[in-house]
Design a protein around this ligand. Structure first.
Ligand code: SAM
Length: 285
């Protein structure tokens, strides 16, 4: 509905009225194109029974499209002015859905609970400077989130969706794979934003795995191996994991016990491989 979604003139008018001056520091680039938000909602596969959590609703471009498609939307916004203004925008544009919308005025990285029923989907145009930590935090904190569609900087989209062996496979790829099957789901040009960012964007879809990798190690223990392995990504695992294991010899023993070549590099390993290594950390390491 053209009277619901926000176009370029609506965004400018709203921003001017609220005195909003978008900041880079908070990754504030607002979508000014109704087709783009429709496409995001469609790609996310939002269903009428979904309880969607959105991070960083900004002026509400995506929020309104989500509210049209979902049962409920809960939006988490850090910015005082944007958070204060959004309920009125929803009320003005979608009065019939306003009671299905909740605004949480908080830093998404600090969110530990949300009002209303447990979220089933996460859909967001993430603030680029904290995109990966916010995504991982939400997946860890809200296991009820089954489907996720996020818009991030194109490079970050590639990294999140990378498979072992790829040049851009790294910490975000492995950690995202702990939670979900991750796929690139399209590209978005910079001209659909105000202000236009210096980079293109990409969509990433994450379908939660029925179960995390089977391992006796905790997620934190597995992630510690991942961080150590990629902190020195050009080194062999034997060398890169020396600090983690206590010594290079101890790292070699753990790797061998896990069935991984000590000469391999982190970029060749799957999340299951990292989980196997974590199980074999020396007790005194
Ligand atoms: N969803 C809107 C859109 O598509 O037009 C705005 C997206 S903009 C890229 C990112 C939004 O995230 C901004 O509204 C910004 O204020 C907000 N934001 C930045 N850091 C945040 C954080 N740590 N927690 C919650 N929101 C944050």
């Amino acid at each position: 509905d053209p009277d619901v979604l926000l176009g370029p003139a609506d965004i400018r008018e709203l921003a001017a009225r609220l005195g909003v001056r978008p900041t880079k520091q908070r990754g504030q680039n607002f979508v000014i194109d109704a087709n783009t938000v429709r496409r995001i909602v469609r790609t996310a596969g939002v269903r009428p029974d979904d309880v969607v959590v959105e991070i960083g609703p900004g002026l509400g471009s995506l929020t309104l499209a989500l509210l049209e498609a979902a049962d409920r939307v809960t939006a988490v916004e850090i910015d005082d002015v944007l958070a204060a203004a959004l309920p009125a925008t929803v009320e003005a544009r979608l009065p019939g859905r306003a009671d299905r919308f909740a605004l949480v005025h908080q830093d998404a990285l600090r969110v530990t609970e949300l009002p209303g029923p447990a979220p089933t989907a996460l859909v967001a145009n993430l603030p680029y400077n904290v995109a990966v930590p916010v995504l991982l935090h939400m997946l860890a904190r809200f296991p009820s989130i089954e489907r996720t569609l996020v818009m991030v900087q194109s490079e970050v989209a590639d990294r999140l969706a990378a498979a072992p062996g790829s040049k851009v496979y790294g910490v975000p790829s492995v950690k995202a794979a702990w939670y979900a099957r991750v796929k690139r789901a399209g590209a978005i040009g910079r001209n659909v934003f105000w202000p236009a960012p210096n980079v293109d964007s990409g969509l990433v879809s994450l379908e939660r795995r029925p179960e995390p990798p089977r391992t006796t190690a905790s997620r934190e223990e597995v992630f510690a191996v991942v961080d150590a392995a990629f902190a020195q990504r050009r080194k062999t695992l034997r060398a890169a994991l020396a600090g983690w294991a206590g010594s290079a010899a101890a790292a070699e023993a753990a790797l061998t016990a896990a069935g991984i070549s000590p000469q391999a590099r982190g970029e060749a390993l799957t999340v299951e491989d990292f989980a196997a290594i974590a199980e074999h950390r020396p007790a005194s390491g």
